[in-house]
Design a protein. Structure first.
Length: 172
């Protein structure tokens, strides 16, 4: 864990908190991330993208899924502006990484497509501070797996460089 602007942020993967990745995190919602914290999250995601020679858009939202901070790298496709925000909203509002939805869909759970407001693509991760979900990060611009790498890099930087454990595969 790393202290950042007086806040300790930790990512808790859905697989650690529930027997199945499709279960929501039991954490209550907390206050929104500070703008400076959100800015540093975006900077870490962008740094990873630059290292990989990718271009991305990054959205940081509060627990309600409302935008706190947004950044789009030069030459990032226009559609990524909307997709990054929707990934972040999905992760915050459904209390789980968007990869859980992507994995469920890939595993044949097509009912996921009927859930309003779900973007079933990797790249959205909830943010937990003091046991409460304060928001989420969403990244878009490359493949969903690469988006997830950038989002995870931001979370790892805040957690002191330690990667979060991967979520358990969803049950069919």
């Amino acid at each position: 864990m790393t202290k950042l602007g007086g806040c300790t942020l930790v990512l808790l993967a859905a697989g650690l908190l529930a027997p199945a990745a499709h279960a929501q995190m039991p954490n209550p919602y907390g206050g929104p991330p500070a703008v400076e914290t959100a800015r540093k999250l975006a900077a870490a995601a962008v740094a990873e993208a630059r290292k990989q020679n990718w271009t991305i858009a990054v959205a940081i939202v509060d627990g309600d899924g409302e935008l706190v901070f947004f950044e789009r790298m030069d030459n990032t496709q226009s559609a990524s502006v909307h997709v990054a925000q929707e990934k972040a909203r999905t992760a915050a509002r459904f209390k789980r990484p968007t990869k859980a939805f992507e994995d469920a869909l890939a595993g044949g759970r097509q009912a996921i497509l009927g859930l309003p407001g779900v973007t079933p693509l990797e790249g959205g991760i909830p943010l937990v501070q003091d046991g409460k979900i304060i928001g989420a990060i969403g990244v878009s611009g490359v493949t969903s797996q690469q988006d997830g790498v950038c989002a995870q890099a931001a979370v790892d930087a805040l957690a002191g460089g330690k990667p979060a454990p991967e979520a358990a595969p969803p049950k069919k």
